[in-house]
Ligand binder design. Structure first.
Ligand code: GDP
Length: 200
């Protein structure tokens, strides 16, 4: 119920951040979303907030290397981290981004949880493990959110979940419960809202 109330309020794009001194004041509980490009991150943020085009703002070229902050009333920051896994960016850009990500994850006192999005069809890839390793070393609890659950059969899903559980066992910062979602069908969206609302 509380989850519904929080998410029933206004949701707005606040800003895109390119350097640590651009971060908004750490004055509320914050969660971030990470995932490979095309994993369904924008769709998930849009489904969570009920705002169709909200996360599109952060997906436009030029915005993709920024840490994008959304406000959920004055109760939460939802933070959209750039999609990773595309090797086309110049080395210097990638290095700058990785430095910012590292500083952000290690230094943000109000960051309560990272959601690492994993495509239900593909499972955990090497680049996902890199992010998980960074979250481990930054001591940021992370929870896996499986996306596009509507795209696979129950049998396939169980197989992929087995792979994911095996990978998570090696990561001390991993929260054991995995959330299955489909932005298309609405699966798991209320569950995720409740998790975000329940974090203190
Ligand atoms: P992002 O790059 O991680 O932000 O990914 P997008 O949200 O833009 O989604 C990438 C593609 O996957 C788009 O074509 C979406 O329509 C599709 N997609 C995202 N979520 C779902 C889902 O839950 N179910 C299905 N079937 N397709 C999805």
């Amino acid at each position: 119920e509380r989850g519904r109330l929080l998410f029933a309020g206004p949701v707005d794009f606040l800003k895109g951040v390119v350097a640590m001194d651009g971060l908004p004041p750490a004055d509320r509980v914050e969660v971030c979303f990470a995932g490979r490009s095309n994993v369904g991150k924008s769709s998930l943020i849009n489904a969570l907030t009920g705002r169709k085009a909200l996360a599109r703002a952060s997906n436009t070229p030029g915005r993709t290397q920024e840490i994008n902050f959304f406000t959920l009333g004055d109760a939460r920051y939802l933070v959209d981290l750039p999609g990773y896994g595309f090797a086309q960016a110049p080395v210097a850009v990638v290095a700058k981004w990785q430095a910012l990500l590292k500083s952000y994850l290690a230094g943000r006192a109000t960051l309560r949880r990272a959601f690492v999005l994993i495509d239900s069809r593909h499972g955990v890839k090497d680049v996902d493990e890199e992010i998980m390793g960074l979250l481990d070393s930054s001591a940021v609890t992370f929870q896996v959110v499986m996306t596009k659950a509507d795209k696979i059969s129950l049998k396939e899903r169980e197989k992929v979940l087995g792979q994911v559980r095996g990978k998570l066992a090696k990561h001390p910062a991993a929260y054991p419960e995995i959330v299955l979602t489909s932005s298309e069908k609405g699966t798991g969206i209320e569950t995720l809202r409740a998790i975000i609302s329940g974090l203190e």
